[in-house]
Ligand binder design. Structure first.
Ligand SMILES: NC(=O)c1ccc[n+]([C@@H]2O[C@H](COP(=O)([O-])OP(=O)(O)OC[C@H]3O[C@@H](n4cnc5c(N)ncnc54)[C@H](OP(=O)(O)O)[C@@H]3O)[C@@H](O)[C@H]2O)c1
Length: 323
């Protein structure tokens, strides 16, 4: 496993991280979840991502239980705040009140004294960014969080927050967590350049487009029974990908991976991300250890400029497909 600096911070994270959305504390049984997290740790993953809202705290509990077997300083634990955790007017967002209360609640669910990376899960237009940044800065000073970042903020929102933090001499933002994969690339235009200029690393989510970029979904065929797409409780975010135009191009990418490089499509998809400047880690999901095993091998794959060119020309044809 290779480790990269998280943005311009000194903290190093594995270039493949493990997330827990829709899986641990939810669709994957607890014992299996713990086995997968242990498998990840034993194979060099030190970066674990979760969020307070993932099944309303249940994912944090399982992740915390699994990691309690290891020395606290041997892994980097990231969680998030923003989405509703209750029905009350203050049970959501990025106010000082909600951030401070949810940080405390996350620490309890995770069973730790601090989280390494605390992320604002979305931008909150109803809270001044100064208030949010000052609350995060206080948590850093109290030792409850070590670093902070954002998720799915626009380039302008990131730039503004960086400016405010500098002006007020607050601890800087070190990361952004956007969706990024071969099929969804909007961050390349503005978010990546602004982040890079300000020492903010990308820890990208859904790098396999929720499993589409493993090749297991085929055009014109039923989705596999044991897949995320087949699970009606959790597949609502997948519908965008499941169209035959997309799946046809995915087959072309798979042919390139298998026939020219002798690797799996999932490995090609992750290696492609890890070549992009400014990416600190690709956060994968896994519902069983064998998936993780396959995906981890991506860290060993080196793509030549020629192969990258071929990938780009296939992806070019996907630009007309609305996702
Ligand atoms: N910040 C945000 O707003 C946000 C949003 C989404 C996700 N995230 C973070 O990013 C993490 C990863 O997101 P994601 O789960 O969408 O990532 P992903 O890696 O694109 O998809 C993971 C899913 O794909 C399937 N899969 C993975 N590897 C496979 C393989 N080798 N062969 C076959 N199937 C495979 C598995 O689902 P099945 O086996 O069930 O098919 C697995 O759960 C999340 O856990 C979360 O921590 C953050």
């Amino acid at each position: 496993m290779n480790y990269r600096r998280l943005g311009s911070s000194g903290m190093k994270i594995s270039e493949i991280g493990l997330g827990s959305w829709l899986t641990y504390g939810e669709s994957v049984e607890d014992n299996n979840s713990i086995d997968i997290i242990h498998h990840a740790y034993n194979n060099g993953i030190n970066f674990f991502d979760t969020a307070n809202v993932y099944n309303r705290g249940e994912a944090e509990k399982v992740v915390g239980r699994a990691l309690s077997d290891y020395a606290r300083d041997s892994y980097v634990l990231a969680t998030k705040v923003y989405f509703p955790m209750g029905e009350g007017p203050n049970d959501r967002g990025l106010s000082r009140k909600h951030i401070v209360e949810q940080c405390e609640a996350s620490l309890q669910r995770l069973g730790v004294d601090y989280v390494d990376l605390y992320q604002c899960h979305r931008f909150d237009p109803e809270t001044p960014v100064e208030e949010t940044l000052m609350a995060l800065d206080d948590l850093v000073k109290q030792g409850k969080i070590l670093y902070y970042g954002v998720s799915e903020w626009s380039a302008a929102q990131i730039a503004d927050a960086v400016h405010v933090a500098k002006e007020r001499n607050l601890n800087p933002m070190v990361s952004n967590q956007p969706i990024y994969n071969m099929l969804v690339r909007y961050i390349e235009k503005d978010v990546m350049p602004v982040s890079e200029a300000n020492g903010i690393g990308q820890v990208v989510f859904s790098p396999l487009a929720q499993g589409i970029l493993t090749g297991k979904y085929r055009p014109g065929q039923e989705v596999p029974k044991d897949s995320r797409a087949a699970n009606e409780d959790i597949n609502r975010f997948m519908k965008q990908y499941l169209n035959d135009d997309v799946l046809q191009q995915v087959i072309r990418l798979e042919d390139l991976a298998q026939n020219e490089l002798g690797i799996k499509l999932s490995q090609l998809a992750l290696a492609w991300i890890l070549r992009k400047p400014g990416v600190s880690s690709a956060i994968v999901g896994a519902s069983r250890p064998s998936q993780l095993e396959e995906n981890l091998k991506a860290a060993e794959v080196e793509l030549t400029d020629d192969v990258s060119g071929e990938i780009d020309s296939i992806l070019e044809e996907l630009k007309h497909v609305k996702l």
